[in-house]
Ligand binder design. Structure first.
Ligand code: IPM
Ligand code: MG
Length: 359
C-alpha cells in the first residue's frame, strides 16, 4: 500500500520522538512491501516562530489531504507568556477540531517487563492492567466560551464554560461501546453528575444511547473524584473508561503513570473518516529536549495504532508492538523506565533497536 503521512514534529522532544517513529515506520514499509511518504509540517511553537501562528492554514490543508497524521508534542517555556489563543497548545486543539477528531483513545497498559516501574504495590498490578481511556476530544471546557474581565470588588476575574450536546455525547458513547464489544463488554462512564448540569446530561445520554443500541454492553457510572482514587486503589477494575475532554486529559496522565511511565502511552484521535492523528499522550519535555534521552516508545506505539486503525494493517501493528516488547524483554531502557539490572540507552538507540526487530 502507498500511504502519505503528515508529520507534525512540534517542539521540545517532538522532533526526536517523531524521527524515531518514522524510522520504525520505514522498517515496517521495507519488511511488508509498503511505500510511506512523510511530509513535515509546522504546528505549535515552531510554527509560531516560523509563520507567526500556531496552526498555519497550509498545515491544516495538508493534514486533511494526507492519509494520516503523526504528531510529536507542542509547547515550551519560550511561548508561555503568549495570550491563550496564540499559544502552541492552541495549534494542537485547532488541528483536532479542524480534522473533526472527536474520539481520543488512550490505552494505558502495563508491560510485564515494566512492572517494576509502576509506583503501585505489586499485589495491585500482578493481574495486569489495561485501562482504555476513551476521551471526548473536540467539546467540553477546552472548546467552550471563555473570557476575562475586571470586577470592581473581586479584581481580575476569568471564566471558562463546559458545554456538551446530546449529539457529541452519543457519538463518543458509540465509540466506547464498539470497543467494549471487542473487549470485556464493560464501560465505566466518568462524570461529575452530582454537581454539573453538563455531567447530568452526559450520564443520561450515555445510558439512553447504550441501552438502545448496545444492550449487550454494561455501562456503569463513576464520579470523577472517585475515579481518580480508584485508578490507584484498584486499577484492574477498569477496562473502558469513557469520559469528557477535561476529565480524560487528567485521568489519562494518572492511568499512564500507574502503568510505569507516561513515556509509554500512545493515543489515536479519529473522527468519521480513516484519516486520524496519532500522538504520545506526554508533553514536549523541554527540559530534556535535544539530549537524546527521551523515551520514543509512546510515539512508536502511536505509529502502530495508525497502521491498524487508519490503514487496516493489523499484522504490521502487531509487529511493532511485539518489537517494543522484545526490546524491553532484552532489558533495554530509556532513563524514564530504567531500574536496577536493566540497561540504559538513549532515544535514537531505542528506536534503532525496535526498528531492527521488525525486519
Ligand atoms: C494532551 C495534552 C493536550 C490536551 C494539551 C497539550 C493541549 O495535555 O494531549 O493530553 O490537553 O489535550
Ligand atoms: Mg494531557
Amino acid at each position: 500500500m502507498n500511504k502519505h503521512i503528515a508529520v507534525l514534529a512540534g517542539d521540545g522532544i517532538g522532533p526526536e520522538i517523531t524521527a524515531s517513529a518514522v524510522q520504525v515506520l520505514e522498517a515496517v514499509a521495507k519488511t511488508y512491501g509498503h511505500t510511506f511518504t512523510f511530509e513535515p509540517l509546522p504546528m505549535g511553537g515552531c510554527a509560531i516562530d516560523a509563520c507567526g501562528e500556531p496552526l498555519p492554514a497550509h498545515t491544516v490543508e495538508r493534514c486533511l489531504a494526507s492519509d494520516s497524521v503523526l504528531l510529536g508534542a507542542v509547547g515550551g517555556p519560550k511561548w508561555d507568556a503568549l495570550p491563550g489563543d496564540k499559544r502552541p497548545e492552541k495549534g494542537l486543539l485547532g488541528i483536532r477540531k479542524a480534522m473533526g477528531l472527536y474520539s481520543n483513545i488512550r490505552p494505558a497498559k502495563l508491560w510485564p517487563a515494566l512492572a517494576e516501574a509502576s509506583p503501585l504495590k505489586k499485589q495491585l498490578i500482578e493481574g495486569g492492567i489495561e485501562i482504555v481511556v476513551v476521551r471526548e476530544l473536540t467539546g467540553g471546557i477546552y472548546f467552550g466560551k471563555r473570557g476575562a474581565y475586571d470586577d470592581e470588588r473581586m479584581g481580575r476575574t476569568a471564566w471558562d464554560t463546559e458545554t456538551y450536546s446530546q449529539k457529541e455525547i452519543e457519538r463518543i458513547t458509540r465509540i466506547a461501546c464498539e470497543l467494549a464489544r471487542k473487549r470485556t463488554g464493560r464501560v465505566i462512564s466518568v462524570d461529575k453528575a452530582n454537581v454539573l448540569e453538563s455531567s447530568r446530561l452526559w450520564r443520561k445520554t450515555v445510558h439512553a444511547y447504550a441501552e438502545r443500541h448496545y444492550p449487550d454492553v454494561t455501562v456503569t457510572d463513576m464520579l470523577v473524584d472517585n475515579a481518580a482514587m480508584q485508578i490507584v486503589k484498584d486499577p484492574a477494575q477498569f477496562d473502558i473508561l469513557l469520559t469528557s475532554n477535561m476529565f480524560g486529559d487528567i485521568l489519562s496522565d494518572e492511568a499512564a503513570q500507574v502503568t510505569g511511565s507516561i513515556g509509554m502511552l500512545a493515543s489515536s484521535s479519529l473522527g468519521d473518516t480513516s484519516c486520524g492523528l496519532y500522538e504520545p499522550i506526554h508533553g514536549s519535555a523541554p527540559d530534556i529536549a535535544g539530549k537524546d534521552i527521551a523515551n520514543p516508545i509512546a510515539t512508536i506505539l502511536a505509529a502502530a495504532m495508525m497502521l491498524r486503525d487508519s490503514f487496516g494493517m493489523t499484522a504490521e501493528c502487531t509487529a511493532v508492538e511485539r518489537a517494543v516488547g522484545d526490546v524491553l524483554n532484552e532489558g533495554w531502557r530509556t532513563a524514564d523506565i530504567f531500574s536496577d539490572g536493566t540497561r540504559k540507552i538513549g532515544c535514537r538507540e531505542m528506536a534503532r533497536r525496535i526498528a531492527e526487530h521488525i525486519a
